[in-house]
Design a protein around this ligand. Structure first.
Ligand SMILES: *Cc1c(COP(=O)(O)O)cnc(C)c1O
Length: 223
């Protein structure tokens, strides 16, 4: 199946209120262009340098989402154009994003990453930590960022019950935290679900899925 066919198939499985982020990391420009020509406008990348190279050559109405672990010293390279940063894990990172956004006179939208997986390898903060950040005086002073939702990654396991539990935990956390509304915090999005589990994620309340290999094919990291 072609990229266009894959995209159309996935879109037909996704309800209207769910945003599809096409995860294009490691894929060449031509692959992204094909998805663009098929109507896709939101792309997710996990390396700032790679995303910036793609942003430079592809049409400017694309919305670029950063979905990877972030190095603070590289935030400056995407501050001019990034549309949403999914994996924010600390207040220090929020400060840096704010500082770089200010230089471009922009407000950058961010999602806080919550740890929902049992595994130690999956990143994220506790819900208590997220609450602490959302209620902090410090956040109010960061006028060039906006926290617009939560993001989570489930365990890499065949055990659907476990994944289901983890996704439900994120939705429950979201429902608690969304009561908090300030000038730069309004939780609207739950980013969860990838190629293997996006349907389950949507059933559990996801409103933003990050799908890569089901659109672009498996990634080859050796080329
Ligand atoms: C790579 C990646 C995805 C997409 O994974 P697929 O299994 O290829 O759909 C989603 N989210 C994050 C954070 C990723 O790094």
């Amino acid at each position: 199946m072609s990229i266009t066919q894959n995209l159309n198939q996935i879109k037909s499985n996704i309800p209207e209120h769910v945003t599809l982020v096409a995860v294009s990391k490691t894929k060449p420009i031509e692959a992204l262009q094909e998805a663009y020509d098929a109507g896709q406008r939101i792309f997710g990348e996990n390396k700032i340098q790679e995303m910036t190279q793609k942003w430079e050559v592809l049409p400017k109405d694309i919305k670029w989402h950063m979905i990877g672990n972030l190095q603070r010293n590289k935030v400056k390279y995407m501050a001019e154009y990034v549309s949403l940063i999914h994996g924010v894990e600390s207040c220090k990172l929020l400060q840096e994003i704010n500082k770089q956004a200010l230089k471009h006179n922009r407000i950058i939208n961010c999602l806080l990453q919550i740890k929902i997986a049992q595994e130690d390898t999956k990143a994220g903060m506790t819900i208590d930590k997220a609450k602490e950040i959302l209620l902090s005086e410090e956040l109010l002073s960061l006028k060039n960022i906006k926290i617009t939702g939560l993001m989570g990654m489930a365990s890499f396991t065949e055990n659907q019950d476990q994944v289901n539990t983890e996704f439900n935990y994120l939705t429950t956390s979201f429902n608690k935290l969304k009561e908090i509304k300030t000038n730069n915090c309004e939780l609207k999005k739950i980013s969860m679900g990838m190629s293997g589990d996006y349907k389950l994620a949507i059933n559990c309340g996801s409103t933003m899925v990050r799908v890569g290999s089901s659109i672009f094919g498996v990634r080859n990291y050796n080329i």
